[in-house]
Design a protein around this ligand. Structure first.
Ligand code: HEM
Ligand code: HEM
Length: 178
């Protein structure tokens, strides 16, 4: 096993705070309660910080290190189809696409919530429908995200959830991809 430091403390704190706050606003707190909007804005603030960290943060946190290209995505799909065990030190190409989807759509969720809240929904009557659609889309994406984390952990033999807790990926001794 080789041990790579990949997720810095900010990324880990960001991830698990986002999980807690998102779950709270989706499933626990009543949308009509006074807590709903502040929690939503806290989520937006977390993501805004993550976007800054994507420019100045540690190497694997930077968006410039996300391996998003047609060839990298096709290569990962080929690896999956052929059950090839090739791990990425940072985010994988498909993982990076999912992260962009989640970050962007959760930001839009906060924005649509703000628009829906103006004068009790009288200013932008469509915003509440958009907010509800984005809630459903982000929840669907999260189900895929969690399923993919378990699937990829098994396929490549790396405990990805543990890595998001400890910061270290423990990769078996086969060739690791950047
Ligand atoms: C509200 C639910 C969730 C949201 C919104 C979410 C969002 C995200 C985001 C934005 C990232 C990228 C981290 C970064 O670079 O900033 C990420 C990565 C990750 N998430 Fe989640 N996540 C959620 C739930 C979970 C859960 C429940 C698990 C564990 C079962 C999990 C495991 C992971 C792992 C292991 C990674 C790193 C993937 C990799 O190795 O590339 N996530 N998640
Ligand atoms: C970013 C995280 C957020 C999540 C996960 C979230 C989630 C939800 C959910 C699950 C609903 C109920 C939808 C339904 O009835 O089917 C809702 C409704 C609503 N949300 Fe959010 N929301 C978020 C942010 C915000 C923000 C920042 C605001 C701004 C004030 C906001 C304002 C509203 C309003 C006005 C409604 C309609 C209230 C009602 O059903 O009476 N949300 N939200």
């Amino acid at each position: 096993m080789a041990r790579f430091p990949v997720w810095d403390p900010f990324i880990r704190l960001f991830h698990w705070s986002l999980v807690l706050l998102f779950a709270a606003n989706s499933f626990v707190i009543d949308p009509d309660s006074a807590l709903h909007a502040p929690i939503g804005y806290a989520i937006v603030a977390l993501i805004a910080l993550r976007l800054v960290w994507g420019l100045i943060g540690s190497p694997y946190a930077r968006f410039s290190s996300f391996p998003i290209s047609q060839s990298a995505i096709l290569s990962q799909i080929r690896d999956i189809a052929l059950s090839r065990r090739a791990a990425h030190c940072g985010h994988s190409p498909l993982g990076s696409v999912m992260i962009c989807n989640l970050l962007f759509c959760i930001l839009a969720l906060g924005g649509s919530g703000y628009l829906a809240s103006l004068s009790g929904g009288a200013v932008f009557p469509w915003a509440e429908d958009l907010h509800e659609f984005l809630v459903a889309w982000v929840q669907f994406s999260i189900v895929i995200h969690i399923g993919a984390v378990f699937f990829e952990s098994r396929r490549i033999g790396v405990d990805l959830i543990r890595a998001m807790m400890t910061g270290f990926k423990e990769i078996p001794r086969y060739r690791a991809k950047e």
